[in-house]
Design a protein around this ligand. Structure first.
Ligand code: ASP
Ligand code: MG
Length: 586
């Protein structure tokens, strides 16, 4: 007998007809001889509606009472689905999160799962029952020792399902939803976006802004950590949907630590890098494309790419290459500057240091802690580039032993979690698998910052302390005016106003610096596991944009992701352009 965990989302259980249809799907699977645990969401929009009810009473309802209210949504569905299964003659029983023993942190509204007791479910399964569990909720012991209901955060029933699969030792978990699976991009922008058969958990996390609406990122994180095969499929059709998989060695499940409360999982060090900067480049479409196509024609594999706009009409583009590419790259830079103008500069003996972990997502305090730790070690950070699950910076090689010591201590990383010059298996993965678009961002530049340790830390810390989420951060150096640097980042639109006071006091503290708000922008990110190994992917992405005459405001990359900030008016066009350039519809 196979144990199957099946999760049905809100729209799949939106009305009684749908609930009956789901009961039939479950009945068939049970008939086929499987053991089944079903996890369900609240019907249709009921969580939204419950939230509205609360709002109509209070702008700031008590968090405990809100969890009490919101958790009722799922309780309705488990009872109705179980009744329906019974009508079809299937023995079934419903359980709330606390009845199961889904133990969470005691943070109302966004609790992480610590433990799941399996005895009660296992007992019912042994007796031949289908067990129907309420998603999105758990229980915690209050400081007085009494049981309290918690919720996991919006979209959290995916996380309940994968956590149950982990605790019960199931191999797979199936998430049924109203879309066919994970698509190459948002079908509202590209109508012929294609269904992906397979995607890695890492790629899925990097695609957060398209992916998150399909699957709760914490569910992806659990699947990745414990090696659960996660299927996302439609509850309406019989298609196979998308399989999410991970290559990392699965962790052993530790008591009390199901959802890792750790934010950083690994530290990577890439030694012997050369940083090249080309400065004073014209700011118009096609420049980045020309540079990276030229480098790719010379067969140079570029790692990090950072571009920031300066003084309105000129760009600096900085990139790193392996030390052994030095002579070749110098030749190409000569060629590039002879055609485009500008000047190039390089610095050898640099090292890239990156922290990685799904927990970095949406937690500004992690990058702040990272930079703060480096500044405590008195290390000057030369370049910074971030993605959803990774923060990278480039340092002088001399600082590396100290950096490793400080950072691994700060994030409590064991030797096994530190990777020095990792060699990745070169697999035949697509260089671009999907494209995400994030329109909820504004661009803010800190100009003319002093070039000394602790500057990035002080900015990130100030924002993180007020819980203002910043996203893509880029730090580049200026070669024209000596000894200053610019830090440019994007932040959530709704947070920009709230940051005013913080920015004011920061510019006062960081002498000579000033803030510049950018034009309306959006972030377009191409993600693909093959990108790290193939020469020239970035050049193609920039070419796709240049062909449509789209100017790139800012570039930040990680191994498997290239993000371009473009003007908001160009963003749909940009997604379409990259999608068709890489023929993702095929
Ligand atoms: N019902 C909850 C929500 O709407 C949890 C879920 O559906 O995953 O956010
Ligand atoms: Mg959902």
């Amino acid at each position: 007998m196979t144990l199957l965990i099946k999760k049905f989302g809100g729209t799949s259980v939106g009305d009684i007809t749908k609930i009956k249809a789901i009961a039939q799907i479950i009945e068939q699977s049970k008939e086929a001889g499987n053991e089944i645990v079903v996890v369900v969401s609240a019907m249709g929009n009921s969580t939204d509606n419950l939230n509205k009810l609360a709002e109509s009473i209070s702008k700031n309802p008590n968090r405990r009472e809100l969890d009490m209210l919101l958790s009722t949504g799922e309780q309705v569905t488990i009872a109705l689905l179980t009744m329906s299964l019974n009508e079809y003659g299937v023995p079934a029983i419903s359980l709330t999160g606390s009845q199961v023993g889904i133990i969470t942190e005691s943070i109302h509204g966004k609790a992480r799962i610590l433990d799941i007791k399996t005895e009660r479910i296992q007992n019912y399964l042994d007796q031949g029952y289908v067990v129907v569990v309420a998603g999105f909720q758990g229980a915690t012991l209050s400081h007085t020792g009494s049981m309290e209901i918690t919720t996991l955060g919006r979209g959290g029933s995916d996380t309940s399902a994968v956590a149950l699969a982990t605790a019960l030792g199931a191999e797979t978990c199936e998430i049924y939803t109203d879309v066919p699976g994970v698509l190459t991009t948002d079908p509202r922008i590209v109508p012929n976006a294609k269904l992906l058969d397979i995607i890695s958990c890492e790629e899925m996390l990097e695609l957060a802004s398209v992916g998150a609406s399909v699957l709760h990122p914490r569910a992806v994180e659990i699947a990745r950590n414990y090696g659960i095969k996660l299927y996302v499929k439609s509850s309406l059709t019989l298609s196979n949907g998308t399989l999410l998989h991970s290559k990392i060695e699965p962790l052993a499940l530790k008591r009390g630590g199901l959802e890792l409360t750790k934010t950083v999982n690994s530290l990577e060090v890439l030694e012997n890098q050369t940083v090249f900067s080309i400065s004073s480049l014209p700011d118009r479409p096609g420049i980045a494309a020309f540079i990276f196509e030229t480098l790719s024609e010379a067969d140079i594999n570029v790692d990090l790419i950072i571009q920031a706009t300066h003084d309105g009409n000129c760009n600096d583009i900085t990139f790193t290459v392996g030390g052994f590419e030095l002579t070749k790259t110098i030749e190409q830079c000569k060629l590039i500057t002879s055609q485009l103008g500008g000047e190039y500069n390089f610095k050898t003996n640099m090292t890239k240091l990156s922290i990685q972990g799904a927990g970095i997502m949406g937690r500004p305090s992690v990058s702040a802690d990272f930079f703060e730790t480096l500044s405590q070690a008195n290390i000057n950070v030369r370049l910074i580039a971030t993605s959803e699950i990774k923060v990278s910076c480039v340092l002088d090689i001399a600082n590396i032993p100290k950096a490793i010591r400080f950072v691994s201590e700060k994030f409590k990383l064991s030797d096994k979690q530190i990777f020095i010059n990792p060699v990745f298996e070169k697999e035949d993965q697509p260089e671009v698998r999907g494209i995400a678009l994030d329109k909820n961002q504004v661009q803010v530049s800190f100009r003319n910052l002093p070039d000394k340790p602790g500057v990035a830390a002080s900015i990130c810390l100030a924002l993180a302390e007020s819980n203002l989420i910043f996203d893509t951060i880029v730090q580049s150096e200026r070669f024209t005016s000596f000894k200053t640097k610019d830090i440019i980042f994007t932040m959530n639109k709704e947070d920009r106003q709230k940051a005013n006071n913080i920015f004011q006091s920061l510019t006062k503290k960081l002498e000579g610096s000033f803030i510049e708000d950018g034009p309306a922008i959006a972030k377009v990110s191409a993600v693909g596991a093959g990108m790290a190994f193939k020469v020239g992917t970035a050049g193609k992405i920039f070419r796709a944009l240049a062909n449509k005459n789209i100017n790139i405001e800012m570039i930040a990359t990680s191994e498997i992701r290239t993000s371009c900030i473009v003007l908001e008016k160009d963003c749909n066009q940009a997604v379409k352009a990259i999608h068709s350039y890489f023929e993702l519809e095929k």
